[in-house]
Design a protein around this ligand. Sequence first.
Ligand SMILES: C[S@@+](CC[C@H](N)C(=O)[O-])C[C@H]1O[C@@H](n2cnc3c(N)ncnc32)[C@H](O)[C@@H]1O
Length: 253
Amino acid sequence: MATPHTAHDHGSDHQHPNDPEQEHQHGHQHGGGDQRNAWSETDPALWFTESFWDDRYRERPIWSGNANQRLVETATDLTPGRALDVGCGEGGDALWLAARGWQVTATDVSPVGLERARQAAEAAGVAHAITWEHADGRSDWTPAPAAYDLVTVSFVQFPRHELVAFHRKLAAAVAPGGTLLITAHHADSHAGEGTPFTADLFATAAEMAAGLDLDDSWEVSATDPTRDAVFPPGPDGQLMTVRDAVLRATRRR
Ligand SMILES: C[S@@+](CC[C@H](N)C(=O)[O-])C[C@H]1O[C@@H](n2cnc3c(N)ncnc32)[C@H](O)[C@@H]1O
């Protein structure tokens, strides 16, 4: 589980962790106990479906609207081009990319989330740079091959046996010279006692890399770094250290 630590470590109140158990982590997001209960009270077979996520998004805005730390770390120095953001939710990452000159295709299984993201893009003046697509990553939906300079997916957790096929579709969408970024939660911080989640919902970065089995035309970095987050949300929250699984892969040719 996430471990509390002291306030002097704080330096990340703009982060946007976004996860199945996000109520453990965010100081800035909307939502709270009700959202967390949604997981416990729902059959795990429905956790990655349109109806589950539509219900959650319908209840209230969930995320901060800020870009995820791992995306910012990865994409700040990339030359803007075509980006695919899979499982975009309320659009924090897509808007950030669009504001930096990327042409973004942003997909999600939830039409309610997508509509909220679309409105946020209008309000931010970046709607012209984003195409929204309703797509279920577990279906036979396949992004255009070799079409994107950046393919990013933040905190879309599928059962392990479905992950390899999903990640391979995303890798196939990366154009020569492009980057694949997969940011996921790590079991260290998110599975086990006090959570509805079991470790098999989480892969380490090395496990994700092994599943992808990319050839030598790719340069791969697989790390499981930590970051700071606040739980429970709001001013009374405690700073926590949470671990991510981060796979970055650049396609050389
Ligand atoms: C934890 S949220 C992360 C949202 C966004 N990536 C972010 O970081 O703000 C997970 C997202 O994955 C989406 N999702 C869940 N199951 C999905 C599926 N089968 N296909 C595509 N997206 C899915 C949800 O609707 C939700 O927006």
